[in-house]
Ligand binder design. Structure first.
Ligand code: NG1
Ligand code: ZN
Length: 531
């Protein structure tokens, strides 16, 4: 059969050259780039099967290893509404990725039967990639996989991860926007410009924003956007990938957040706010360096609280207060942020397991759900009911109400609701800072973060650690939680937890306490207990 030819082709072109088991984790498959070609080819096959189970709706394949260093790469699938691949398919993906070349044909046939895919349906698969030098070759392997099962690949070349999520969503729901890079700029940057016309710059807000592009794709795209801005924002871009700058190396959102240090490659002007993106531009954190050379971090928790409080303000002004707004965090959220949100903002908070799919899912239970990981991955999602209500007020409300609702509509348009998006989040943050006339120092002063420390511990088998209660409690190995409790009890404002990473072969330890010294010490002690 023609499929025979397909599998012979796979063996020739994208052979499985390793026996190392690979798992579809929190962010798809991720490992050294040279171990991935057969995996990506097979994800091309799986994307077509997935699309045919979804009535031929478009599926996305993104080639990226996000904040990891250059030698790594990865692949993940995007479901029709622009969300992460449905969890039950992760096991299917893992199975397909690990079978031998000899078993590929039979396993593919088995999967097709199991999921009941109608293989006669026409299907288009969107493929995007980040800036890694190994990405083009992997994107080609994905396209070959798609064509092998008679799907049509559409390659977008180098795009941010959230752009590809946006394109997939638009392709399957044209009311959301146009599935092109221009369509993305038109919607998101267009809404930002629109809102700037309504909210003049005032107070301590300055339109100058420095950006650390992590030597990845996000900075390059902001460079395109910069040319279309007309004084609304004066972007000064650093780490754009030139001058020997290496992807994510000592720069980017993950480096800044975890090391609590400013990135290399950025000119530091005291008190100047800087936005730091990660390698595929789905994370963003802010920071500034003060006149004593001390860095102050404004992370995902800060962004979440800023956005939630502004949306609450607009909801009140538009008299749509009955819409329920809630915030979703993980155990990594700084305790001070959670206290501020619940006690000062009076916004309900849900805590879920690490991984965007869990946050997104929990956010769906609110009319308006703001979700952010402390590392800067997050967005806001609005229910149909919320959108309808706000649109109605924007048309029919009293003058003041109408104005607030119209701002809210612009705010919604500026948001990439499919997934956390550094570029979209950047425009959202800049809008709120401008609306409130804030500089970075004032933004920081809304509450004081508890000093914290995050470290990695390498153990023989990270999966011996199991957790419960949104990863805040360790259920095995026996005795570990008791030990952690004992250690924590010795510190004022102490809190600590451990969990196995879903993307690296390590156990992560997080600790916070009343001073940096204590947080560091507690993290070290808990690491010792894990070891
Ligand atoms: P793991 O490696 O499971 O901790 C990391 C991040 C997640 C998420 C994923 C996907 C932390 C502590 N963990 O997961 O939040 O962003 O990568 O990129 O930041
Ligand atoms: Zn990323």
């Amino acid at each position: 059969s023609s499929l025979r030819v397909v599998y012979a082709f796979a063996r020739e072109m994208h052979p499985k050259t390793t026996d190392i088991f690979i798992q579809y984790g929190t962010a798809g498959f991720r490992t050294k780039a040279n171990l991935l070609e057969h995996v990506v080819y097979r994800m091309g096959l799986l994307a077509v099967i997935r699309s045919r189970v979804k009535n031929g709706r478009t599926i996305g394949i993104m080639i990226t290893a996000s904040h990891n260093l250059e030698p790594d790469n990865g692949v993940k699938l995007i479901d029709p509404d622009g969300e992460m691949l449905e969890q039950s398919w992760e096991a299917i993906a893992t199975k397909l990725a690990n079978v031998s070349d000899n078993d590929l044909e039979a396993t593919t046939a088995e999967i097709i039967k199991e999921v009941n895919a109608n293989m006669t349906l026409k299907t288009s698969i969107f493929i995007g990639m980040d800036t890694r030098y190994t990405s083009p070759r992997l994107a080609q392997a994905a396209a070959n996989g798609v064509m092998a099962l008679k799907g049509t690949p559409k390659e977008f070349g180098i795009v941010t991860t959230p752009m590809l999520h946006f394109f997939v969503k638009c392709r399957n729901d044209n009311t959301y926007g146009t599935p092109t890079e221009e369509g993305y700029y038109e919607k998101i940057v267009g809404a930002f410009k629109n809102i700037r016309q309504k909210l003049p710059v005032y107070g301590n807000y300055s339109t100058t924003l420095y950006v650390d592009g992590a030597n990845g794709v996000g900075g390059k795209k902001l460079n395109i956007i910069k040319k279309t801005l007309d004084g609304e924002l004066d972007l000064k871009l650093f780490n754009l990938g030139g001058n020997g700058g290496k992807l994510n190396l000592n720069c980017g959102a993950d480096f800044v957040k975890v090391s609590q240090k400013p990135p290399v490659g950025v000119e530091h002007v005291p008190m100047q706010r800087v936005a730091s993106l990660d390698g595929d531009s789905d994370r963003i954190v802010y920071y500034y360096v003060d006149d004593k050379d001390k860095m102050h971090l404004l992370d995902g928790d800060r962004i979440a609280t800023l956005l939630a409080s502004y949306i609450t303000e607009l909801l009140t002004a538009s008299e749509a207060k009955h819409l329920k707004l809630g915030l979703v965090q993980t155990a990594y959220a700084n305790g001070a942020s959670t206290a501020y949100i619940t006690q000062k903002l009076k916004v309900p908070v849900t805590c879920v397991k690490t991984g965007v799919k869990h946050l997104h899912h929990a956010a769906l239970s609110y009319d308006i759900g703001v979700y952010f990981e402390a590392n800067g991955h997050g967005t806001v999602i609005y229910s149909d009911n919320a959108k309808k209500t706000i649109s109605k007020i924007a048309e029919e409300g009293e003058s003041e109400q109408r104005k607030a609702a119209q701002l809210l509509l612009n705010f919604i348009d500026m948001t990439n609701e499919t997934v956390g998006d550094a570029i979209s989040d950047l425009f959202l943050v800049e809008t709120v800072l401008c609306a409130r006339g804030l500089d970075a120092e004032q933004w920081l002063s809304t509450y004081d973060d508890l000093p914290c420390r995050q470290v990695k511990v390498t153990v023989q088998d990270r999966n011996v650690i199991s957790t419960a209660d949104a990863e805040r409690v360790c259920t095995s190995p026996e005795g570990l939680q008791t030990r952690i409790d004992e250690l924590v009890a010795a510190y004022a404002d102490g809190r600590a937890f451990v969990r196995p990473s879903g993307t690296e072969d390590v156990v992560r330890v997080y600790a916070e306490a009343d001073t940096q010294q204590s947080a560091d010490k507690l993290a070290a002690e808990v690491s010792q207990a894990v070891y």
